[in-house]
Design a protein around this ligand. Structure first.
Ligand SMILES: [Fe+2]
Ligand SMILES: [Fe+2]
Length: 267
């Protein structure tokens, strides 16, 4: 595990950067928009856990690297999010405020145990999306903006790389299968609630510029990619939810090591 700080130029990136499934761009854009709120939240949770573990604990080095990787991620996403803000979706600041308030509330009102299980929920979804991006979406991303695809592939390769950190922290401080699943479900429920409204808004803004026939095709395309994504994600979530799950046994998706080597060589 190491810190890498690649950067890409998003000045020419359009909000609908995924040309084959333009509607899917907005699903991914909303995820990007949440990250400068979500990932600092993860880092605060991990720092609180680190304080509880004490300065001599062997997990400290991994936690510090985890936090540095996450910080590099959200800085890059914020740079991309600027391109999105410039595209003129007037209500975006309202959604960003909702994300900020949500994570601030969790830090203020919930226990460290809850926040560790919730963070582990997010970190368990990371490797699922690593596999989705590296192995399942070559056709979806074929004509997509290479800067945006590079950002996500780097991010998800590192999510795979640090997949055991939140797991180790949760197991070390608290442990317990049922509470792990409780944190995961809480995370998935919140994600759907806070992201869903923003995706709906962005798609409805895009639809205003379409004829009714284009809107029909757009709805169909969106339903198709969402069905495909859900089928894949749910198949992997079932494994995450099993008692025998551990991120230590996950297979590294094809292309992850090569991508990280390429970034290291270019640094
Ligand atoms: Fe990240
Ligand atoms: Fe992460």
């Amino acid at each position: 595990m190491k810190v890498r700080k690649p950067s890409w130029d998003y000045s020419a990136s359009l909000p609908r950067w995924c040309r084959t499934y333009p509607e899917y761009s907005q699903v991914v854009n909303v995820a990007s928009l949440t990250l400068p709120y979500l990932e600092p939240y993860l880092n605060t949770v991990m720092r609180r856990a680190q304080a509880k573990l004490g300065p001599a604990h062997p997990l400290n080095a991994d936690i510090s690297l985890f936090c540095k990787q996450e910080a590099a991620h959200y800085l890059q996403h914020d740079a991309y999010n600027e391109a999105l803000r410039r595209a003129g979706y007037a209500r975006l600041p309202q959604f960003e405020e909702r994300f900020r308030a949500h994570f601030a509330r969790l830090l203020e009102e919930r226990s460290l145990k809850f926040n560790c299980a919730y963070s582990l929920g997010f970190e368990s979804i990371g490797p699922i999306y690593t596999e989705w991006w590296f192995e399942q979406t070559a056709d979806v991303m074929a004509d997509a903006d290479p800067s945006v695809v590079s950002l996500w592939k780097w991010h998800l390769a590192e999510e795979f790389e640090h997949r055991t950190v939140a797991w180790d922290v949760y197991q070390e401080l608290f442990g317990g299968y049922h509470y792990r699943i409780y944190g995961l479900r809480a995370f998935l429920r919140d994600l759907e609630m806070i992201n869903g409204a923003a995706v709906k808004y962005l798609l409805s803004e895009d639809a205003k510029l379409m004829t009714s026939e284009e809107q029909r095709v757009s709805r169909q395309r969106f339903a198709e990619i969402r069905r495909r994504e859900s089928a894949f994600v749910n198949s992997r979530l079932r494994k995450v939810m099993s008692r025998s799950y551990t991120p230590y046994r996950l297979r590294e998706p094809k292309g992850v090591a090569q991508l990280l080597q390429k970034i290291d060589a270019a640094a």
